[in-house]
Structures are given as C-alpha cells and as structure tokens.
Design a binder for this molecule. Structure first.
Ligand code: PGA
Length: 220
C-alpha cells in the first residue's frame, strides 16, 4: 500500500482552548501507520501544538499555512522560515484563498517556494489548474490540486477528472499530487484509491477531530 499524506488545513479557525480540546480528542484515537498526518495551523497556535505533539508523542507533523517571501528583517506582519522552523517542518504555499483574497501572484508563490526550499521545509503548494502548475519554478515538491469550485462547497470533484489532471501534473513534473476540495470521510477513498493521487488536503472536515480521524482511517 502506498504511503499517503493526509493534511488538515485549519485556515483562520480556532483559539488555543479549542485547539487543545481538538488535540485531546484526536490523541485518544489510534492511527494507521502508513499515513503521514500533517496539520496546517494558524501561526498563533504553532507553539502550543508543537509542544503538545512532543509531550504526547503524537504521530502528527505540523506546518504553517503561509510563509514570508523574505528573510528576517523589516517586513512588518510577516512570519519567516526560521520562525516557522522552530515549531514545524511543513509549509502550505499558494492556497487559492491567498491567491484570491490577498492577490498572491505566481511570482510571489515562487519566491515563497524558493525561500522554504532553501530552509529545508516540506512544501505543499496549491494549484487550481494546469496553468498554475506551468508557472511553478520548482517541480519536485508536493502539489495539492484543488479545483476552486470544490473548495468549501461540498461539491468534491469527479475523481475521474481528478485522475486526469493528476496524470497531467505527473507528466510535467516530478511532484507528488494530492487532492483537495470537499474531502470527507465518505468520499476520501475515491481519491486516495487513485493510482496517481498521493493523499488529500482537507479543510472543514479537519476541524472536527472525530471526522478527521475517520477520514484518515477510510483513506488508507
Ligand atoms: P475544504 O477545503 O475541505 O473545506 O473544501 C479544502 C482546502 O481549502 O484546502
């Protein structure tokens, strides 16, 4: 069986007390060993979550949802690679919500990729179409294919189409491809069962520890 990446993207949700409760409920469960589980948490929670993972030996990796395109210095409001590396070893770059709400360009996405790569972080870069794949400066990373219409709508993409796009991405790059967009415990296997899909990126269903655990179990 292939090793899967199952990543939860909490987006701009949760305060410390909620995250702690999530972790407590999550850690009461057993997890399949052949999946890499990652949580992309808000910056404000990285410290607490990384401490919890260490103390409780939780089989979970931690990542940030964005990264500064610059080194440390006079960049008010930005969180740089070294700051992220204190707590986690993954970073999500170029999510469609950042591209649309914060005007993040392909050029900016590439700057962030280069910065994270140089720092040795594991990168998951999000794309919504093949055009965005073509514009990536680096192609040996994890690409999360997330069609816009499927994000947060409950309308997950037809897995046949997902498979076609994943093949195209694999033809053009040496990336691992994961799917994101309304993935839930019931439909997850339709994607992780595809030969050219290496995992999933999960938004809303990752906010509930029990659904996230069922999703992980059903995925493998
Ligand atoms: P969703 O979000 O699972 O809520 O559709 C996915 C994502 O935006 O990464």
């Amino acid at each position: 069986m292939k090793n899967l990446l199952i990543a939860g993207n909490w987006k701009s949700n949760m305060v410390k007390s909620e995250a702690r409760q999530w972790l407590e409920e999550f850690s009461e469960q057993d997890f399949p060993e052949n999946a890499e589980i990652v949580i992309f948490a808000p910056f404000t929670l990285l410290d607490m979550i990384s401490a919890y993972i260490k103390v409780n030996d939780l089989p979970v990796r931690l990542g940030a949802q964005d990264i500064s395109p610059f080194e440390k210095g006079a960049y008010t409001g930005e969180i740089n690679v070294e700051q992220i590396k204190e707590f986690g070893d993954y970073v999500l770059i170029g999510h469609s919500e950042r591209r649309s709400n914060f005007s993040e360009s392909d050029e900016m996405v590439n700057k962030k990729i280069e910065m994270a790569k140089a720092a040795g972080l594991n990168i998951v870069v999000c794309v919504s179409n093949l055009d965005q794949v073509n514009k990536l400066s680096s192609r040996d990373l994890v690409i999360a294919y997330e069609p816009i219409d499927a994000i947060g709508t409950g309308n997950a993409e037809d897995p046949k189409h997902t498979s076609e796009i994943a093949s195209e991405i694999k033809n053009q790059t040496s990336a691992s491809v994961i799917y994101g967009g309304s993935v839930n415990p019931e439909n997850v296997k339709k994607y992780t069962g595809l030969e050219n899909i290496n995992g999933v990126l999960v938004g809303s269903e990752s906010l509930h520890p029990r659904s996230f655990v069922s999703l992980i179990r059903n995925a493998v």
